[in-house]
Design a protein around this ligand. Structure first.
Ligand code: NAP
Length: 294
């Protein structure tokens, strides 16, 4: 039976370290760390994610604010908000909550962020730093997965890893981080031929396809480490209760044969938030105290 890579527990430990780090640097800083989330429109899942980020900020002593634009906001209005936040010395981290309405150009908004405040690690400069292995703000989800793997004492040296999904948010930075840890990485996507065969070869499987239940037991090599990034709400049973959450992996099937597995919920999700907090604290330490984290 697979060991669970428990993101909920590990995120709690990170929160304790974050609190201590904030307390250490606060006397040197002009203000406590502060995160601002720019939200556009009323995507209901985004509302939940933003709420969780704010609660987590509150637990560790990071101030947080949401600037909520209506769905019809123009590109210029959102750009103006970003510019104001770039110039606001009391704001250390800014993130644009995705998804945003389709009439807006997400790439241009991210490019407009001050890279030193880009706590989602999506600005091209930060992605470039990642590619070169230089210090910089890292994408939260893959950074959280690396922390989970390290905590689970998974030896990545030479491991045969498959990353399913090639988004800039998850798949691409994940593959780079695994390569930098000396894994041998294959990337799969919607045009990959015989995905089942590719999966069965992998000793480490990171599934970020956004397809509920894509990976079942017949795709997983016994003893493999399985990281499930996907998060979906199952349809409600019509009894008035919300449907429960599931991932891209059929957990009950895969758990008996994998060596390690991340549950959904409670695996990757809490670690994504923990890494966002670290990035905010890192941006604050650098902005206020000149500390550069390697
Ligand atoms: P995305 O931008 O939609 O990218 C999905 C990727 O998966 C694409 O590269 C796509 O290939 C590939 N793909 C889709 N269907 C496939 C299939 N049947 N076989 C193989 N590859 C397939 O999604 P994302 O932003 O990376 O997010 C992926 C999932 O992770 C979503 O469920 C999202 O909600 C979740 N997520 C969770 C967290 C967390 O903290 N837990 C954070 C971020 C995202 P093409 O490139 O060929 O289209």
């Amino acid at each position: 039976m697979a060991k669970h890579l428990n993101g909920q527990l590990l995120a709690k430990r990170h929160e304790a370290k974050l609190k201590a780090s904030i307390a250490q640097y606060l006397p040197l800083a002009s203000h406590p760390p502060r995160l601002v989330v720019v939200r556009v429109g009323d995507d209901p899942a985004s509302g939940i994610y933003v709420g969780k980020k704010q609660q987590a900020c509150g637990r560790v002593g990071i101030g947080s604010q949401v600037i909520h634009h209506p769905a019809m906001a123009s590109q210029e209005e959102v750009l103006e908000t970003i510019q104001q936040l770039n110039n606001d010395s009391s704001c250390d981290g800014v993130l644009v909550q995705m998804p945003i309405p389709s009439h807006l150009d997400a790439g241009q908004l991210i490019l407009a962020l001050d890279p030193a405040k880009d706590v989602d690690g999506l600005h091209p400069l930060n992605l470039g730093h990642l590619l070169k292995g230089e210090p910089g703000l890292r994408s939260c989800t893959p950074a959280g997965i690396m922390a989970l793997l390290a905590h689970g004492a998974i030896d990545l040296e030479g491991i045969d890893a498959l990353v399913i999904g090639r988004s800039i948010l998850v798949g691409q930075p994940m593959a780079i981080m695994l390569q930098q840890a000396n894994a041998t990485v294959t990337m799969a996507h919607s045009r990959t031929q015989d995905l089942a065969q590719q999966c069965r070869r992998a000793e480490l499987l990171v599934v970020a396809a956004g397809k509920p239940g894509l990976v079942g037991a017949d795709w997983v090599q016994p003893g493999a480490v399985v990281v499930d990034v996907g998060i979906h709400r199952r349809p409600s049973q019509g009894n008035g209760e919300k449907g429960n959450l599931c991932g891209d992996v059929r957990f009950l099937e895969v758990e008996p044969i994998a060596s390690h597995i991340t549950p959904v919920p409670g695996g990757v999700g809490p670690m994504t938030v923990a890494m966002l907090l670290w990035n905010t604290v890192q941006a604050w330490q650098q902005g206020c105290c000149g500390v550069v984290t390697p």
